[in-house]
Design a protein around this ligand. Structure first.
Ligand SMILES: [Zn+2]
Length: 335
């Protein structure tokens, strides 16, 4: 997984950036999956899809180099991606712990732990803390990028379906905490666990409960007002009251399914309701999952009218999608 980050400067000093997940490619061959089984695997994480975790890339089910296709005929993947990426909410969630679960019962054929797990870029591929499991019918599942010291199983262990085997991390070739989950047959040919119109496995899902396709409609999943400049992959702490001593007021959004050509915009309104500043970004790329922010500096606020209730609007393609208000006060009270 590599990070793509864009920095842009706007009126009143504003920064936007974005994380997009591209990534790791392993030396596994591609083949259409045989109908070994159906309904075998459970969701391999203890999280709520769409709220506390997100699918950002499916398996690339187009074997031709240079072209991509996910199981639903979309492009929520990248060339050669051999598994599914499940992203959790950020570093804080990773540090609290998000369980990785055995998708089915089986025998652990490899368990590697001990590698650094807060990778944001340039960690070697081979330094991924991972678990391989062989299931009774010969299928294999692979769990990559796990948290250092979290792996609870060792080679040869028998595990039960749903058993916790470790926690999500960002070890190896990873830029934010996520699980890279791979399914293969016994000969290590890739299997697409999703059934769908463009899956090599068209009719039988390998999931007990195959969740709906996660691509498609644009969606805001989280917004935060903060006095911080957000760090890569972290959800900033939320505020609704700011002081003259704060350097920044930042409005952060996490959004799904940005299409190239779409436009994000922020508008900042003074307590008098006048437009004070704005940020705008033309999205040059499509992103399944990304977060962006804009900030203004309080020092630049007009002195005569800066205290009171401010409003921020976040617009997408010209429509106000989110609104937030915050109070700006001279100084924190001692009480
Ligand atoms: Zn991946």
């Amino acid at each position: 997984m590599k990070i793509y980050r864009f920095l842009r400067w706007f009126f009143a000093v504003s920064v936007l950036w974005v994380t997009v997940l591209f990534g790791e490619i392993q030396n596994l061959s591609f083949s259409p999956s045989p109908a070994w089984s159906a309904g075998q695997f459970i969701f391999p994480l203890n999280c709520e899809l769409g709220k506390t975790c997100f699918i950002t890339n499916y398996m690339d089910d187009d074997p031709a180099p240079g072209s991509v296709k996910d199981w639903n005929c979309g492009s929520m993947t990248y060339d050669g991606h051999n598994g599914t990426d499940f992203v959790i909410e950020g570093w804080e969630a990773m540090d609290r712990g998000v369980d990785v679960l055995a998708a089915d019962s089986g025998v652990v054929t490899e368990a590697v732990d001990g590698y650094y797990d807060h990778c944001q870029r340039n960690c070697p591929y081979e330094n991924s803390n991972h678990v391989f499991i062989r299931h009774a019918n010969g299928l294999r599942t692979v769990y990559h990028h796990m948290k250092k010291g979290s792996i609870l199983v060792k080679t040869g262990d028998r595990v039960k379906k749903g058993q916790k085997i470790g926690e999500v991390g960002s070890s190896g070739d990873s830029d934010i905490p996520h699980l890279h989950f791979i399914v293969t047959d016994s000969a290590i040919n890739l299997i697409n666990p999703y059934a769908g119109p463009c899956s090599s496995n068209r009719s039988m899902s390998y999931w007990e409960n195959q969740e709906p396709y996660q691509g498609g409609a644009f969606k805001v999943v989280k917004t935060v007002l903060t006095n911080q400049i957000p760090q890569n992959g972290s959800i900033p702490s939320s505020e609704n009251k700011f002081y003259a001593t704060d350097a920044y007021v930042t409005f952060w959004v996490r959004i799904l399914n940005v299409q190239a050509g779409d436009v994000s915009e922020w508008r900042w309104y003074t307590p008098k309701g006048e437009l004070y500043s704005s940020c705008r970004i033309n999205h040059d790329w499509s992103y399944a999952y990304s977060y962006w922010y804009c900030y203004t500096t309080i020092a630049g606020y007009p002195a005569a009218e800066k205290f009171g209730v401010w409003t921020v609007h976040y617009l997408y393609n010209g429509t106000v999608i989110e609104r937030a208000t915050f109070t700006l006060e001279p100084l924190p009270s001692n009480g």
